[in-house]
Design a binder for this molecule. Structure first.
Ligand SMILES: [Mg+2]
Length: 376
């Protein structure tokens, strides 16, 4: 593909309300976008890095410009002047296996090139991915309420169920686990319920986690630190509740390692962290062949990356609802259109490209721009 250049945009997006998980409250959602200008048209990519990132993820300021320029330089050196590899070769060309920052940038470039290619082909992402279904299920995330207020938690859970959420993912941390989960279970019956601890427990706190075993959770996600697969396996051997991993899964190779170690029975796969579509499919296939249930996790994306995530979630490897709700529900200003949503279902796009278009004026008003020429 002939390329004129790549525009790098950093847009100071913000969440409508602070969202608290163990040890982290997010409000600033400043996001890096790439706009690839090719002879076949324009393509857009969105990076998963976020301002208050914690390992294994990276903050926007840690990526732009150093990591972005390093990965772009590698791409530029890979082919003739003024060209880019096809989307399905981007991840491999960018390298970065094990470097989450480089994977995040690779995923962004892959998305932008794929968007341009699919528009030129007149093909939707869902079709390109071999997705047969027209719609996918969406779940909702419920953060830790201010002051650990149980009433506010139940209000938030009720509102999410009212909007049709097909499952709830509650954030927990030491001291805020059994009480909120049991309260939601009591009030809302058999709603599919996940508990996400974001690595906030130590191996010595297993008794508090085992006390959740009668709550019929879909899974207990990431109780321990991302690097500690052995602690997850040890807990899994003592609980009926499936153990899920999220932050531990920082590359496709790492997913295979975790599955092989028996450290999880559920995988939260995040394309923006894993390195994009190709890496996520590779990880999802490895999970499915080992009987591990998967869902597509989110980073409070704009409509662009979320449209890509929704199409991926349509693949058969993803058996659990993903984080696919409408970004207008959590972003003050979503700079991209999103898919049609109703009653916890997201209708996949049949339009050429990723399925999201920039909303006129929004990025121009708020973004920091720079232009990387590809021809010189
Ligand atoms: Mg998580």
């Amino acid at each position: 593909m002939r390329v004129e250049g790549i525009e790098v945009l950093v847009a100071p997006l913000a969440l409508r309300e602070p969202v608290a998980s163990a040890g982290l409250t997010q409000l600033d959602k400043t996001t890096l976008f790439l706009r690839v200008v090719t002879d076949a048209g324009i393509g857009w990519g969105e990076c998963a890095a976020y301002p208050a990132a914690r390992p294994p993820d990276l903050a926007v300021d840690d990526l732009e410009p150093v990591v972005v320029d390093r990965v772009l330089g590698r791409l530029r050196a890979a082919g003739p002047v003024g060209t880019l590899p096809p989307a399905d070769a981007i991840a491999e060309t960018c390298g970065g296996e094990g470097s989450v920052g480089e994977q995040m940038v690779a995923a962004t470039i892959e998305m932008a090139v794929l968007d341009a290619e699919l528009k030129a082909l007149g093909r939707s992402l869902a079709s390109w991915l071999g997705v047969g279904r027209r719609q996918v299920e969406s779940g909702s995330l419920v953060g830790i309420p201010p002051g650990r207020d149980l009433g506010r938690l139940l209000d938030a859970a009720g509102a999410a169920i009212g909007r049709g959420a097909r499952r709830l993912r509650l954030k927990i941390e030491p001291g805020w686990d059994r009480t909120p989960l049991a309260a939601v279970r009591d009030q809302f019956g058999d709603v599919p319920l996940l508990a996400d601890a974001n690595g906030s427990y130590g191996p010595g706190q297993q008794p508090a986690l085992r006390a959740l075993d009668d709550l019929a959770l879909v899974c207990l996600e990431q109780p321990f630190a991302p690097g500690d697969l052995a602690a997850h396996r040890s807990l899994a051997e003592t609980m009926v509740t499936p153990i899920g991993l999220d932050e531990s899964l920082w590359s496709a190779g790492r997913v295979e390692e975790a599955v092989g170690a028996g450290a999880c029975r559920v995988a939260c796969l995040k394309p923006g962290r894993l390195g994009g579509v190709a890496a996520t499919i590779s990880a999802a296939v490895a999970c499915a062949s080992a009987g591990i249930a998967c869902f597509v996790g989110g980073f409070f994306e704009s409509g662009l990356a979320r449209a890509l995530n929704a199409a991926l979630a349509g693949r058969d490897e993803f058996s659990l609802p993903g984080d696919l709700g409408d970004p207008d529900g959590y972003l003050v200003a979503n700079p991209f259109s999103y898919l049609e949503t109703a009653g916890g279902l997201v209708l996949l796009s049949e339009d050429p490209g990723i399925g999201a278009e920039p909303r006129p004026g929004l990025l121009e008003q708020v973004a920091r721009h720079r232009w990387v020429s590809w021809s010189s």
